[in-house]
Write a protein that binds this ligand. Structure first.
Ligand SMILES: C[S@@+](CC[C@H](N)C(=O)[O-])C[C@H]1O[C@@H](n2cnc3c(N)ncnc32)[C@H](O)[C@@H]1O
Length: 756
């Protein structure tokens, strides 16, 4: 809690939001141990103008006084008083005498009793649960807080999910629910010590303040797990809430700011300009308006230091279905080709699927006007947020360890001290739970997590099972294309692409889904293309026919295995022939898993040397664009990523709420492959994209089919389409991934008229 509070205080001090010499009040500070511990985060005697320790217990106060006498910290004042009575103006110099006098006997929770001098930092460490009358204590604390001040609480708690499940303002809630036995046992146990774990204390805190960060932990003690929480909040009410909301809404939906001013004018009673544009609002805006009307705090997203992550309702099943796990730990689309195809300018407003966020960051390097990153899976967006926070808060060396090597010995501390001010509450909560294990040097690292780890595990497993581990190592370290091709053809291909494997392993639908994220609709495309290309004597025209309007499995099981085998061959062979994995193809390099960093490359002839160990991470030579030192220099400058908005929703939902004709580029990856041919989703999405794009705006998509059936839908809905790359004739390498059979750009040439 101290680390999080210190990180927020430093952030706000640098941003000029709080005093350059802040005031800290520690309520129920006991012996002052926490204040001494804060020295690990910042220099208490010089950072703070004054520190007030407020505690009821005279004996503990005496210990505290002795502590600060010993430390020689002159700016720390120990005040032996009930927290409900404490007023900063009674102690702070520079406050008018009459204010100090007047405040005596005045109710501390009177709204007008707000102090003219406020605490920039307020903390309650295991004291809230000890204060018998907690309502007036919390009211009094809320009067103490400076307008941009922050408050930190750490305390034991127990709670049942039925109490909080409909709340949308509490930030992350991973592990917040405690089992009944834990609730009964700990409540009774702590009562013996006059500590009250009543959940109303925490709830009232969250009601009185805005939530910045929130996390639920378990303290392990002699085999027991005691629930405790850490919470960082701020003043809940800002008199300009409506205007802030409207401004943010305008950025989310790309509406002109004029509509935001209209909303504000309405809120202060001025007649509103007639503007149909102001009718289209984000879900974030709508939920915030509901909260304001119900006198509840705004969702946590509104109190973050940056507005990168847009509010979403994390309790919805459509988000929960991913079980707090990302599928893609790395993005599997060639950013270099995207950049060549899209030629992004400063005028572009881009909407793209987040995936692991690597390509979003590549787009950001081109400095477009705005980027909207969209993913339905909250964890994919948490991963992008972590990368963005790393640019904002870390030096290159630490960023490289986390995302280049996939491991960092100090991730937990970096998360608390450097990344937390830049993360949304949900992303922080997520990384607090999974981050230390994900990045542990003892573990397998970031790239062995998420659903895509199955693909990496397969390589490792095959390496072991088929005895080609050494060959894979040498393959990953080959220094020339000739050397790489030779190892591939003579030693790996034969085994890796064996038909037997294709039939028994890769042909299974469940496996494909898990390992590569391939749904049955996409598989149907692969199967049909295979069938057509095989049947047609004229392969040149066969690839022009629509692929994928049948069902998966319409070819026999054996054929299906062959189709997948063929697809694999046509993916891998050209990659190996044309791109040097060790130097220029991080997409495949990262899949070659190993426990250790790679040793220096072998000197030829490669057979004579000790085999190098393959990598499950990137190397300084071979990595995604965003991990280059010069990318860090570019994206770590203040406001470099302020043009980014991260949406957690379906693409169609985000498109539908965008102002018409506001986007210039939409990158859909292979997402349309997932729609059922002939179903309503594809036309609905294409129409929504048409409406959101400007005339001349482009859609970039990739497909497992050579001529995906839905290109026709684009053409019916105001687009002209162009296949900009395809794996025909056999052997063509479309990009460094070469995973998709075709790449398309559909350009909007006409609108669809007003919507019904
Ligand atoms: C468990 S101790 C925590 C001490 C310290 N903050 C820490 O984390 O080690 C709780 C403290 O709250 C103080 N306390 C309880 N009720 C209080 C009140 N109404 N006003 C001020 N302090 C109070 C107690 O005297 C005690 O020192």
């Amino acid at each position: 809690m101290l680390a999080l509070v210190a990180a927020q205080a430093k952030y706000r001090q640098r941003a000029g939001q709080i005093s350059s010499k802040p005031i800290w009040v520690d309520i129920g500070g006991g012996t002052g141990w926490n204040i001494e511990q804060m020295q690990q985060q910042l220099d208490v005697p010089t950072f703070f103008h004054a520190v007030y320790l407020v505690d009821l217990s005279t004996s503990l106060c005496e210990v505290a006084r002795e502590r600060f006498r010993r430390l020689g910290w002159k700016n720390v004042h120990v005040i032996c008083q009930d927290a409900r009575m404490f007023r900063l103006s009674d102690y702070e110099t520079g406050v008018e005498d009459d204010k100090a006098q007047f405040s005596i006997g005045r109710s501390a929770y009177d709204e007008d009793a707000r102090e003219t001098v406020g605490a920039d930092v307020l903390t309650l460490s295991y004291s809230l649960s000890m204060i018998p009358e907690f309502h007036p204590a919390i009211d009094s604390v809320s009067n103490l807080l400076a307008p941009n001040g922050i408050i930190g609480v750490v305390d034991f708690y127990v709670q049942n999910q039925v109490e909080f499940q409909s709340r949308n303002y509490m930030g992350g809630a991973i592990n917040r629910h405690c089992m009944w036995i834990s609730r009964v046992f700990w409540r009774t146990w702590f009562e013996l010590d006059r500590v009250n774990l009543d959940s109303a204390r925490r709830d009232y805190m969250e009601y009185k303040f805005g939530t910045i960060l929130s996390g639920n932990r378990r303290c392990r003690l002699f085999g027991f797990r005691i629930p405790y929480y850490i919470w960082i909040g701020c003043a809940r009410d800002t008199s300009s809430s409506m205007q802030q909301l409207a401004a943010l809404d305008a950025a989310v939906t790309e509406s002109p700011f004029i509509s935001a001013l209209d909303v504000h004018a309405k809120s202060i009673g001025k007649p509103r300009r007639s503007s149909s544009l102001s009718e289209r609002h984000s879900k974030a805006y709508e939920s915030a308006v509901v909260n304001l009307a119900a006198s509840l705090p705004l969702p946590a997203a509104y109190y973050q230091n940056n507005k990168t992550r847009i509010y979403y309702d994390e309790t919805l099943q459509k988000h929960r279905q991913f079980n707090d796990e990302y599928i893609y730990a790395f993005t599997w689309e060639d950013s270099r080709v995207d950049s060549r195809l899209l030629k992004i300018t400063s005028e572009d407003v881009i909407l793209a699927i987040t995936s692991a966020g690597d390509n979003i960051l590549s787009y950001a390097l081109e400095r477009p006007k705005r980027i909207h990153a969209v993913d339905l899976n909250p964890s994919q967006n948490h991963l992008l947020e972590l990368k963005v926070a790393a640019f904002r808060g870390l030096e290159y060396a630490d960023m490289w360890k986390i995302f280049g090597e996939g491991k960092h010995e100090n991730f937990h501390d970096l998360l608390l001290q450097r990344l937390s001010p830049h993360l949304s509450s949900q992303a922080f909560d997520y990384w607090l739970h999974v981050g230390p294990a994900t990045f542990s040097p003892q573990g397998k690292g970031l790239y062995s997590t998420g659903g895509s780890r199955h693909a990496l595990q397969l390589v490792q497993w095959l390496g072991k099972l088929l005895g080609i581990g050494k060959d894979l190592s040498q393959f990953a370290a080959a220094q020339t294309l000739a050397e790489q091709r030779e190892i591939w053809t003579k030693r790996i291909r034969r085994v890796l692409l064996s038909r037997l494997l294709a039939y028994f392993v890769i042909g299974s639908e469940r496996f494909l889904w898990k390992a590569l994220g391939v749904p049955s609709e996409q598989r149907a495309m692969i199967e049909e293309d295979f069938k057509r290309m095989g049947e047609s004597p004229d392969a040149a025209t066969a690839d022009q026919k629509a692929s994928g309007d049948g069902k998966a499995g319409t070819v026999t099981a054996t054929k299906s295995g062959q189709a997948i085998w063929n697809y694999g061959v046509e993916t891998l062979d050209p990659v190996v022939a044309n791109t040097l994995i060790s130097e220029d193809n991080h997409y495949y390099l990262v899949c070659l898993l190993g426990k250790h960093p790679p040793p220096p490359p072998p000197s030829p002839p490669y057979r004579a040397t000790n085999p190098p160990i393959p990598t499950g991470h990137y190397t300084p030579k071979c990595h995604p664009t965003y991990l280059a030192p010069k990318s860090h220099a570019r994206l770590s400058t203040p406001s470099a990523l302020d043009n980014l908005r991260i949406h957690t929703d379906e693409l169609s939902e985000v498109f539908a709420r965008m102002q018409p004709a506001s986007l210039t580029i939409a990158v859909l990856m292979d997402s349309m492959d997932w729609f059922t041919p002939g179903g309503p989703e594809a036309p609905a999405q294409v129409r929504a994209v048409n409406r959101a794009l400007k005339i001349g705006g482009r859609v970039l998509l990739r497909s497992a089919g050579l001529s995906p059936w839905y290109v026709g839908v684009f053409e019916e809905c105001g687009f002209v389409s162009k296949r900009v790359a395809a794996r025909v004739p056999k052997g063509v390498c479309t990009d460094r991934v070469n995973m998709y059979a075709s790449t398309w750009i559909c350009t909007k040439v006409e609108g669809l008229g007003p919507e019904v």
